[in-house]
Design a protein around this ligand. Structure first.
Ligand SMILES: Nc1ncnc2c1ncn2[C@@H]1O[C@H](COP(=O)(O)OP(=O)(O)OP(=O)(O)O)[C@@H](O)[C@H]1O
Length: 248
């Protein structure tokens, strides 16, 4: 990808304020002042305390919630956006292949998916049912289902949580590979700072509720050169600067 391409913006998100209002309960202000852009072939990690307003921000960015002050431009559906939830949400009575195909619009269901299944290590599992797969493999299927849509933006909510180290590392490598291979822009919510420091190009640190953008932290060192020393010193530096967000 050219330098100009890498710098171009796919989506700009600006949430000035998001308040949940329900009858007979106090309004809940979930987000106040959170703006960022997403660019191709970049991994952006959104990190903040529990209950800060991260899922709320994702819902706004996906175009699922329009009731907020601010703007998401252009329309994310026009750009091409897909989401992978923590819970893989597979249909147990459909094969892996059917699960992936059913995520596609009807006219694209017959498309060639050999390359995708191969790239995600799912080729031997195409005819099996989700119940035969570990949680890590089911998450791969959920990733395949999202990638089959060929989105330019992929949103991941805690994709590696509750996986053993090997499964998490395998899935992380797949995400990184996808960015390199397809130029996808990834926005990932995570509580795992170590994981974010390993794979992100940029961290967005948000405060406790209402979520406010505290800092954008670029991680310029190439992923392959992020050794233990880099990870530990970067984490210590961030923990000193943002103690409410990043633990020592
Ligand atoms: N539909 C809703 N109605 C009222 N309040 C809501 C609604 N959805 C979320 N909230 C509140 O908004 C705040 C932010 O919630 P949100 O789920 O966005 O946080 P989060 O950062 O994703 O949390 P976590 O890290 O625990 O997943 C919380 O106080 C939550 O209770």
């Amino acid at each position: 990808m050219s330098a100009a391409g890498a710098e171009s913006t796919l989506l700009t998100v600006r949430v000035d304020r998001k308040v949940y209002r329900r009858a007979r309960t106090e309004p809940v202000e979930a987000v106040r002042g959170l703006a960022f852009s997403l660019r191709p072939a970049e991994i952006t990690c959104l990190i903040g305390p529990s209950g800060a307003g991260k899922t709320t921000t994702l819902r706004i960015l996906l175009g699922l919630d329009h009731d907020f002050e601010g703007a998401v431009t252009p329309d994310p559906n026009a750009v091409g956006i897909a989401m992978v939830f923590q819970d893989p949400r597979l249909l147990p009575w459909r094969t892996i292949e059917q699960n992936v195909r059913l995520g596609l619009p009807r006219e694209r269901r017959g498309r060639d998916l050999d390359g995708l299944f191969e790239a995600l290590g799912l080729a031997p599992w195409r005819d099996r049912f989700p119940g035969a797969l570990s949680l890590g493999m089911q998450r791969r299927v959920a990733l395949a289902r999202a990638l089959a849509l060929e989105p330019r933006i992929l949103v991941l909510d805690e994709p590696f949580v509750s996986l053993d180290d090997a499964a998490a590392a395998g899935l992380r490598a797949l995400v990184v590979e996808t960015v390199a291979r397809m130029g996808t822009s990834i926005l990932m919510v995570t509580h795992n700072v170590g994981e974010a420091l390993e794979i992100a190009d940029r961290l967005l640190l948000v405060s406790a509720r209402p979520a406010t953008l505290l800092a954008t932290v670029p991680l310029d060192r190439p992923r392959g050169q992020r050794d233990r020393g880099f990870l530990e010193s970067t984490r210590a530096d961030l923990a000193a600067r943002f103690p409410g967000v990043i633990a020592q």
